[in-house]
Structure formats: C-alpha cells, structure tokens
Design a binder for this molecule. Sequence first.
Ligand code: NAD
Length: 373
Amino acid sequence: MRIAILKETAPGEARVAATPETVKKFTALGATVAIEEGAGAAASYPDEAYREAGAEVLPTARAVADADIVLGIQAPPVMALAGAKKGAWVAASFDPFRQQELVADYAKGGFEALAMELMPRITRAQSMDVLSSQSNLAGYKAVLTAANVYGRAFPMMMTAAGTVQAARVFVMGVGVAGLQAIATAKRLGAQVSATDVRSATKEQIQSLGAKPVFVENVAGIEGEGAGGYATEMSEEYQKAQAELVSNHIAKQDIVITTALIPGRAAPRLMSDAQITTMKPGSVIFDLAVAQGGNVEGSSPDEVVEKHGVKIVGYTNTAGHLAADASALFARNLFNFLNAFWDKDEGRPVLDEEIGDAIRLTRDGAVVHPKLAS
Ligand code: NAD
C-alpha cells in the first residue's frame, strides 16, 4: 500500500493531511508513505521530520506516482493525481454539493473519491470526523479573532483608574464550533449568551455557564434531528427568531455566528437593519461566511465596517491554526483507514455503512445517492 500526501494548492491553505506522527502509524501498519516536498512547511512540519518518521519526501509527480491512496485536506484537482494507480482512493474534503465538476472529474479519472465531511455521525466514526475536529478549533479562533479586533477588554477589570465592564458575547448556533466559542469566551471572562434552533442545546449552553436565549412561542427542533443537524426553519420561526435576536443583539458587544444547514446555503441570521442597533465598536465574527454567510454584508477574509460595527469572517478559520488543525485532520484520516485496515490483505476494506456514506465516485461513475441523480 502506497499512501501519498501532496502539498495543498488551494489559496491560503496552510494545513497538511499527514503529520510525522501519522506517517509513523501508517508505516507501522505496513504502508509506504510518500509526501511532497514542503507539504507540511506552512503548518510547521518540516520535511526532515517526515523523513525521520519514515516517509519518502519527493517532488510532486514522484510523490503521487503509483499511489494506492492519496490523502488531502481539500481534494486536489484530478490533474495532480496523474501517475497514481488506477482506481486509487482519494480521502479528503470535497465540498461535493458545491464542487460537482470536481466530483465528475474524479469519476472520469477513475478514482474513488471519499468525502471525509460526509462521515456519518455515529459513535464509532467520531474519531474520523473532520467537521468536528476542525469546527472545534474554528470556534476557538473565531473568539480570539473577535477579541483581537474589539477595541475593549473581555474580562471585567477593577483597577485604581476605574472599572472595565465585561464584554457581552452572543453565540448563534451551538454545534461543535459554537460550544467551543462559548467555552473560549467564558475563559476570557466575557458574559456569554447563546441560541440555537435545536432545543437539545439549551442544557449544553447552561452547562458551560452561559445564558440560553431561545424562541419560546414557536416550536424549534426538538431532540437532535437527522444526524444531529439542523434543517431549514419555518417562516414563522424565522420571524420569531429575528425579533428575539433584534432585542438581544442591541445589548451585545460581540456576536459569533456559526449556523449551518448541510447541503444548503447558511441561514441568514442578522440583517443590516439589525446591525444598526448594535453599539459602535461591536464585533461580529461570521463563521459561516464561506457558506454564504449568516450575516448580511460579511465578506470572506475581510474586516467590513458597517454602522461602526466590524464584521469579520475567514474562508478557512481552522486553517489559521494550521499546526493543530493538521494534527487533528491527519489523525481523523489515520483513524479512518486504520479502523478498516485488513491485516491479511494489507489494505483498508470499507464497510457499507461508512463506505457508502462517504464514497462519491467509483469505477468511472458518480455513485453517491445524493449526487448521482
Ligand atoms: P453545524 O455546523 O451543522 O451547525 C452549527 C449549528 O448551527 C448547529 O447547532 C445548528 O443547529 C445551528 N443552526 C442551524 N440553523 C440555525 C438557525 N437558523 N439559528 C440558529 N442556529 C442554527 O453543526 P455541528 O457543529 O456539525 O453539530 C451538529 C450536531 O451534531 C451537534 O449536536 C453535535 O454535537 C453533533 N455531532 C455528533 C457527532 C457524532 O456523533 N459523531 C459528531 C459531531 C457533531
């Protein structure tokens, strides 16, 4: 089994899909690992560390030559896979609903595309879940970035010159990123409140010592919904949510929005009119900016100032913590292949539950049920 890791080519992508630690682990399974020169440099993993861990460090074309499996953070363009074995697996994030052309290219190229972001949310797959590992870091970084842009302090400070009031932070969307954002803002000493459409999050918010702010007069999503994900809400709910948010955000200094709905554009949670009610100097971090944005006027990788409020959002928030984000992503990939490693065959063999959930293409065709039609 030859496993190849290429240097990421997407603009601004500093992460890498293998670390010296996972190289060692793959080697212990009996695989050979080839990594492109400089692939880990932006994430602070030098070529030398990969070599010491047992990898072959090679120029692009030679790194991918004869690969049975290619690992990536963002799936490489098919062109970059020239020389890999026929039917080679490529395990990476594909953003498959928005990148259908890329998926079609993989089918044409005869590769087996395995979309890590489609990993089912079942207990045994938790350690393979790249969305969780990256969202957790993103939630943390969103709060730190907002704190950095904010012209005031987060904690209450009682000084001889007078008292500095604690910042008020409101987190909208309490999934993996939102929970970490709450925890981080609390650690920095802010007064934190949070909301979600899933009522199951109320207790989680309280257990982190934050205040839940929920639409009470219209039903939200009871329990967890399919795979724990949210769906699009009724118009009535959206109206009630807008009213609730309008009243609440006028008193907030920082708003962190994290709301996503799988396979759709991010729901709009804050309008320009609502932003006008916030105090000048307030900061909004829109974690969903790359998926269309929760906040009107947010723009990827820019600080937009509207009505004295700064709106921030990164295309790739976890990528701003490239070393840790790579370490966790690389472990997710290792955990995935290791869980299915067939010792007798010396290669991974997927089962139906996980294989069918993440496989986009095989034998020249797009095979994922959500894409094939
Ligand atoms: P996500 O990134 O899809 O969405 C972020 C949050 O936004 C979610 O909590 C969602 O309910 C919320 N949201 C959507 N529309 C909204 C709206 N209009 N207003 C306010 N909030 C809105 O979510 P996620 O971080 O992937 O987590 C979703 C759930 O899955 C969580 O309960 C999480 O604990 C669970 N989970 C389970 C596993 C597992 O079992 N393997 C792994 C990861 C996460």
